[in-house]
Design a protein around this ligand. Structure first.
Ligand code: SAH
Length: 261
């Protein structure tokens, strides 16, 4: 697909949590048509194989490559490529509008007058839990779920009111980017009224063959992940739904490989 001069466009595309089988058909079609793919650390590299061989592929992730891209530089890059009249796929892990800074990127495109669209992806928030055998809601067990960024939980802006709400006002809590803060998160939840025996799952590299799951409760999970040296990327699920894993643990990593082949 070649674009007419002056019609470069950026698609903010969700790549899902890792298993390439969880890509949307729209994402695959856009990847095939892209002139330029700008992708992050949390995008499974296998997904890039859907892009045409001639497509320019630019890694702007933070791990491994040494150089760490600033958000402003990523915005400038997307705008520059679109101004070269190219079909740009900005490929982001999970869903671009869930803790992916996709909203900020969209605002930068609007400001620059660049055409853009968002293609939602399968968020880690529900899919990584599912691959660990945990439905985030379940009749009679959990009728509400909240996605929280662990990143900001130490900020002053993350108030007492928020901790009270999280501890007592919602059944299932899903923390993104929370591994380094897990000790503080569990302490705060207990302090604000959540039972210390509430089960917790930590899922690292969910949906990948390397998926690891650690189960504990609010009183011991921080010590457990410290002992097991669990690092990012991992998703933390807090709530009674975690117990369902005992019966619903369906995922054997080879299934992901077989379906992606
Ligand atoms: N936009 C993404 C989230 C980006 S924030 C989405 O919708 O899923 C990055 C965080 O997401 C990671 O630190 C981790 O907490 C979580 N995450 C993303 N992919 C993951 C995976 N495969 N396994 C476990 N956690 C994952």
């Amino acid at each position: 697909m070649r674009l007419v001069r002056g019609t470069g466009k950026v698609y903010l595309v969700g790549a899902g949590p890792g298993d390439p089988g969880l890509l949307t058909i729209k994402a695959v079609n856009l990847l095939k048509a892209a002139d330029c793919v700008i992708y992050d650390y949390l995008v499974n590299p296998e997904i890039l194989e859907y892009a045409a061989p001639h497509a320019e592929k630019i890694y702007v992730g933070k791990k491994g490559g040494g150089h760490s891209w600033k958000q402003d530089d990523i915005n400038r890059l997307m705008i520059a490529k679109a101004n070269e009249n190219r079909l740009v796929v900005r490929l982001k892990g999970g869903d671009p509008f869930i803790f992916g800074r996709g909203g900020e990127e969209a605002l930068a495109l609007v400001e620059a007058g660049i055409g853009w669209e968002v293609v939602p992806g399968v968020t880690a928030g529900s899919s990584v839990a599912s691959y660990a055998g945990i439905p985030v809601t379940h009749r009679g067990v959990s009728s509400s779920v909240t996605f929280v960024t662990g990143h900001e939980t130490s900020d002053k802006s993350f108030s007492k009111v928020q901790w009270e709400y999280l501890a007592k006002g919602v059944d299932t809590l899903v923390f993104f980017m929370g591994v380094a803060k897990l000790s503080e998160i569990s302490q705060q939840l207990i302090q604000y009224g959540r039972d210390h025996a509430t089960p917790v799952a930590v899922v690292r590299w969910g949906t990948y063959n390397e998926q690891e799951v650690l189960i504990g409760d609010l009183s011991n999970i921080a010590a457990q992940i410290e002992r097991a040296q669990v690092k990012a990327p991992a998703l933390i699920i807090v709530g009674e739904v975690v117990r369902l894993r005992e019966k619903l643990n369906w995922f054997t990593p080879s299934i992901a490989t077989a379906l992606a082949a």
